[in-house]
Design a protein around this ligand. Structure first.
Ligand code: GLY
Length: 426
């Protein structure tokens, strides 16, 4: 029987813990730091997701068999390299592999080296060169900070003036700190976005079904970007034929490229894709499960998640039988604190749990929540991921939205148009 440590404390980690807790192979789960929803399923330990040394010592002390890393920051800190050096099994790519997410410039060059379809781009390390280049560009264009910028480092610009402002903001005002030492100026691609993940052990991979995220804060995809305000799976924009194209052009070249570069990549390859008139292109890669996409994918997984993550971490994914997925449509509506993605207050009591009858085909995943004096309170921007499933998309949406009327907190905000693109295709 296995002891597992899950690193992180958001909706994605609640989903991972929930799914792992169903495994007959898992005896005990710890989560660092966890949240109020994770607490009934796992022992939450007060260690931050980026406190690599403490996590390592904890994993050693508790004789953890597998550590599963949720967010990107510890991967970029080199958590995997540290665990591996000490013979501790961990799910997540090493620091070099995590550059796929941690450096957009590195990722773009990697995509070019391995023929992965993506937008045309130029990389700049000096603002002067970027301004000169912009003079001969047509618009719209995308200006991206190279490094991690909490999902805010991508600016779509409609004019030379806007593009110059974006370069100034990122490179000269240093809005995202050293993440803006380099920038990418990139072609704007027209199309519908879709997320597809694959778990890889470095030589083979297992692709998950498609999902679609909703990044802007307001209905109709307006307003500033967030970490993601809701998701659903499957995303009908991706036909079966396109899915094959994703495997061939998006996942296989990454696995081959990592191998050729001597990088042992054992973790998630997150394809942030766009379906354009000229085929599927990669907007970006991430090195971990998406959030809230994980909340709609893992409930569709009928098979045990533990052996998938365990064998991938051991380089032995081929030993895992083909996983089974339900045909249900899963939707997730994110309930956020008032003011998010700007500043917001914490500590609002979340009430109404008793009004939700024993939830069938639904679960409320916790993101930013904490326990205070025996009560569940808000503790972050994204607070809850209300997730429901059904063979019918409409019924799944009805169920999720009915729960948002019951479980609530002061200032709770959520989008009311989750899955609008899929509904539009019906
Ligand atoms: N849902 C977007 C992300 O996880 O980056």
């Amino acid at each position: 029987m296995m002891r597992v440590l899950v690193v992180g404390g958001g909706g994605r980690e609640h989903t991972l813990v929930w799914k792992l807790s169903q495994s007959p192979q898992v005896e005990k789960i710890y989560c660092a730091p966890g949240n109020a929803g994770i607490a009934p399923l796992a022992e939450c330990v007060p260690i931050g997701a980026e406190e690599v040394e403490k996590l390592q010592a904890f994993a050693r002390e508790k004789e953890i068999h597998l550590t599963v890393v949720g967010p990107e920051a510890p991967l970029m800190e080199g958590i995997t390299d540290r665990f591996r050096e000490n013979g501790q099994l961990i799910f997540g790519p090493c620091r070099k592999g995590a550059l796929l997410e941690g450096s957009k410039a590195w990722a773009k060059r990697f995509m070019t080296r391995y023929g992965i379809p993506t937008g045309e781009y130029e990389i700049f390390t000096s603002p002067g060169d970027a301004y000169t280049y912009l003079e001969r560009c047509s618009f719209p264009l995308v200006v991206k900070a190279d490094g991690l910028a909490a999902g805010k480092g991508v600016i779509i610009t409609e004019s030379l003036e806007e593009a110059r402002r974006a370069v100034h903001y990122i490179m000269e005002e240093k809005a995202f700190g050293s993440a803006g030492d380099s920038i990418i100026i990139e072609e704007f691609l027209e199309g519908e976005e879709v997320s597809v993940f694959a778990v890889t052990d470095g030589s083979t991979y297992l692709a998950f079904p498609s999902a679609q995220d909703h990044k802007p804060i307001y209905d109709g995809d307006r307003g500033p970007n967030t970490g993601g305000m809701g998701a659903y799976s499957p995303a009908p924009v991706l036909t079966a034929e396109m899915y094959k194209e994703v495997e061939e052009k998006i996942f296989k070249p990454v696995v081959r490229g990592m191998q050729e570069e001597g990088i042992t990549y054992r973790g998630v390859i997150y394809g942030g894709l766009i379906v354009t008139a000229k085929g599927i292109k990669a907007l970006e890669y991430n090195a971990r499960f998406g959030d809230p996409e994980a909340q709609v994918l893992l409930p569709r997984l009928q098979s045990d998640l533990f052996p998938i993550l365990y064998e991938a971490s051991r380089g032995n994914l081929a030993a895992v039988p083909e996983p089974q997925w339900t045909d249900d449509v899963v939707v997730c509506v994110v309930m956020a604190s008032a003011g998010y993605p700007g500043s917001y207050e914490k500590g609002k009591e979340i009430s109404g749990w008793e009004k939700v009858p024993a939830m069938e085909n639904a679960i409320v995943f916790h993101a930013g929540t904490a326990l205070k004096n025996g009560k569940i309170v808000t503790n972050g921007g994204r607070v809850l991921g209300v997730t429901a499933w059904d063979p019918s998309l409409k019924a799944a949406l009805e169920k999720a939205y009915s729960i948002t009327e019951l479980v609530t907190f002061e200032g709770a905000y959520f989008r009311r148009d989750i899955a609008h693109r899929a509904l539009g295709r019906m």
